[in-house]
Design a protein around this ligand. Structure first.
Ligand code: HEM
Length: 449
């Protein structure tokens, strides 16, 4: 369980050491992003970084993170990375400014209502079964790619349960190409580099056009049929704001792309990390197998099993602590203000990092240790300490969807398979805004029960 840090009324501020002339801390952030960011807490509660000509502040103390995330009008979505993201995936829920957010969130909340989850979970279970059906004993697979295929199938199904109505357009392939293309574009350092007609850029533009066409056709088809397919698109079509207005086709398209980007890579990364952590901790894996054998007896997991699979749930929580997929996020300051008693000017970028918070030894004893039992307590962690899904008005709308999908996948797969990453390969994360592992292989061994 996370320790309760001592509240403080004096928050320290500092500039991170070892800035290089002109470049500042940009090379450190580029070359060793995770160690560099996790190390910032040692310098102060609010730490200033120099990134070339720009300054950014990192909120390292949970109180400051809580303030940053709950005062969403002073600390709005924006800043360099987000402005670029908006160019590519429009004004959807994850990127829209606070001024548009309340209306959008209210309209989309019904899509993630508790009552809808069992329906989504049933679709998830079918897609998990379908994705793993071709596996054979002894197969060696690219594990992150397999987990990404699984979450793509789940997302496609829960978004567009009737996607065969999209005709011949390749729904999965273009969702994948759009999601990956956007992630790459956000990291592109050169303005305009995304407009050069390289094969990658052409592929991305084609996939984006196809996805727009798929969404357009499905919207027309769903509207004509007037049936609820119990999927996300059906909710997007039926939701109304306070004045009785629905979402336009363009708004629906932006939300569809937002769900793809926010949900596919994050959940796939969680699953890949979970397998590496379980393989490195055989006693936990043994206990997981015992739990699954007792409850499932070899059959796939269903939504109603989850309360009887507490260790599986704790494994998901602990994986998200050690490897939070959204590991660094930003806000922009809309008016001169004070954070922790220190002045921050309008226009400044403030970063927060779940990765940094989750690896603070004063919040999580032995932070590098994979210990699902630290979550045995019923006490909730203090706000601002455990933030894999953010906090406040902009907290992840798909948090339960994502953890349900991860728990069902771990339970169904681990009840039948032992997943063992090939020895002597180092499993390292991409250096990117999303903490996902680079390709690595794993052997699947069918479990004898
Ligand atoms: C393990 C899986 C997931 C993780 C770790 C994750 C993480 C996050 C985080 C940290 C935020 C807050 C961002 C910020 O503070 O700037 C966020 C927001 C969001 N997430 Fe997730 N997410 C996950 C799964 C999903 C899924 C499955 C969906 C949808 C199907 C989704 C949709 C969204 C949306 C739409 C937002 C924006 C919410 C708003 O601003 O109102 N996420 N997510």
């Amino acid at each position: 369980m996370p320790t309760q840090y001592r509240p403080t009324f004096q928050y320290t501020s500092a500039t991170a050491p070892r800035a290089l002339p002109l470049l500042g801390h940009a090379p450190a952030l580029l070359h060793h992003p995770y160690d560099f960011v996790a190390g910032l807490a040692a310098h102060g509660d609010l730490v200033r970084l120099r990134l070339g000509p720009l300054d950014a502040y990192v909120a390292c103390h949970p109180d400051l993170v809580r303030q940053l995330l709950t005062e969403d009008r002073t600390y709005d979505k924006g800043g360099l990375i987000l402005d670029k993201a908006r160019e590519v995936f429009g004004n959807g829920l994850a990127t829209c400014p606070a001024a548009d957010h309340r209306r959008q969130r209210r309209m989309l909340q019904p899509a993630f209502h508790r009552d809808r989850l069992p329906g989504y979970a049933a679709m998830m279970a079918e897609e998990i079964a379908g994705t793993t059906a071709p596996w054979s004993d002894g197969d060696v697979i690219d594990l992150p790619a397999a987990m990404y295929r699984l979450t793509t199938a789940v997302t496609a199904r829960c978004l567009f349960a009737a996607h065969e109505r999209a005709g011949s357009l390749p729904v999965h392939a273009c969702m994948d190409a759009v999601a990956r293309g956007v992630a790459r574009r956000i990291m592109l350092p050169l303005p305009g580099a995304d407009r050069i007609p390289t094969p990658g850029n052409r592929r991305f533009r084609r996939a984006r056009r196809d996805l727009r066409e798929i969404t357009r056709r499905l919207i027309a088809d769903y509207r004509a049929a007037g049936t609820d397919h119990h999927d996300l698109l059906s909710v997007l079509l039926s939701t109304r704001d306070e004045d009785g207005r629905g979402l336009s086709d363009n708004e629906i398209h932006d939300q569809v792309v937002t769900f793809l980007l926010a949900g596919m890579e994050t959940t796939a990364a969680t699953l890949s990390w979970a397998w590496t952590l379980l393989a490195a901790n055989p006693p936990v894996r043994e206990r997981l197998h015992t739990e699954l054998d007792t409850v499932l007896d070899g059959r796939p997991a269903r939504h109603e099993d989850l309360p009887s699979l507490p260790l599986t749930g704790r494994i998901v929580s602990e994986t998200l602590r050690l490897h939070p997929p959204a590991w660094i996020l930003s806000r922009t300051v809309t008016a001169d203000t004070e954070l922790g008693g220190h002045r921050v000017p309008a226009g400044a970028t403030i970063l927060y990092s779940p990765y940094l918070l989750h690896r603070r030894a004063d919040l999580f004893p032995h932070p590098g240790r994979f210990d699902p039992d630290r979550w045995l307590t019923t006490a909730r962690p203090a706000p601002g300490t455990y933030t894999p899904f953010g906090l406040g008005a902009r907290r992840c709308i798909g948090d339960t969807f994502g953890t349900t999908e991860a728990a069902l996948a771990i339970a169904t797969i681990a009840s039948r398979w032992t997943v063992t990453p090939t020895p002597h390969q180092s499993v390292r994360p991409h250096r990117s805004s999303s903490l996902s592992p680079r390709p690595f292989t794993a052997t699947l061994t069918r479990r004898a029960r």
